[in-house]
Design a protein around this ligand. Structure first.
Ligand code: ZN
Length: 201
């Protein structure tokens, strides 16, 4: 497993087009969605999110909006933190044919000793693609939008994206899970990407 990306850029399908090759409409929708995503430097990304206590219509619409933005941004996962909402809520869809899953107040109850290393990106870190080592399997307990208990036993890309998004709820970024040297390279790549974005805006 390599070249998989989290809440970033392109769905990890074989032959998925590079961003530069997206048709103009898809690209415009993606750019519009990305404008809602908080980027590196925003202190919210370093803040611990709070448990959800009210399972009401506002939560349901928050979750629906997260799913739409994730879809439009061509991401496979999104944490509420990335939209500046400090709720312990994440959405993901590891594989294109799967429905979108929402996890509220997720807790990792078990993770495997076995780890896997694969490339991750992040919608909040433009231009950053780094190899991240994580437990290969996790068991997660959470609630859905209606406060019904959800249990997920995940492996592969699904396990990876869930762990990446739960990290966001703790204020942790993939930059924290790599060596100092790799981080220096990632920061340079991000400065370049964010500089370009600023020039295009
Ligand atoms: Zn991310």
């Amino acid at each position: 497993m390599s070249d998989q990306e989290m809440d970033v850029e392109v769905e990890p399908e074989e032959g998925a087009p590079a961003v530069a090759e997206l048709d103009p409409e898809t690209r415009a929708r993606r750019d519009a969605a990305l404008r809602h995503v908080r980027k590196f430097g925003d202190p919210v990304l370093r803040t611990t999110a709070l448990p959800v206590e009210r399972f009401d219509a506002a939560l349901a619409s928050e979750i629906e909006r997260m799913g739409e933005l994730m879809h439009d941004a061509l991401g496979i996962g999104l944490a509420a933190t990335q939209l500046g909402v400090l709720h312990r809520v994440l959405v993901y869809r590891a594989y294109a044919d799967d429905p979108i899953t929402a996890l509220v107040n997720p807790v990792i109850e078990w993770s495997s000793q076995e780890t896997e290393t694969a490339e991750e990106g992040c919608l909040s870190l433009p231009g950053v693609h780094v190899e991240v080592q994580r437990p290969a399997q996790v068991h997660v307990r959470a609630l859905d939008a209606t406060s019904k208990e959800v249990r997920v036993q995940a492996e592969g890309l699904e396990a990876r994206v869930i762990q990446h998004e739960i990290d966001h709820l703790e204020g942790v970024l993939i930059l924290d899970r790599i060596s100092v040297e790799r981080r220096r390279e990632a920061m340079a790549a991000m400065r370049e990407a964010m500089g370009e974005a600023a020039l295009l805006a």
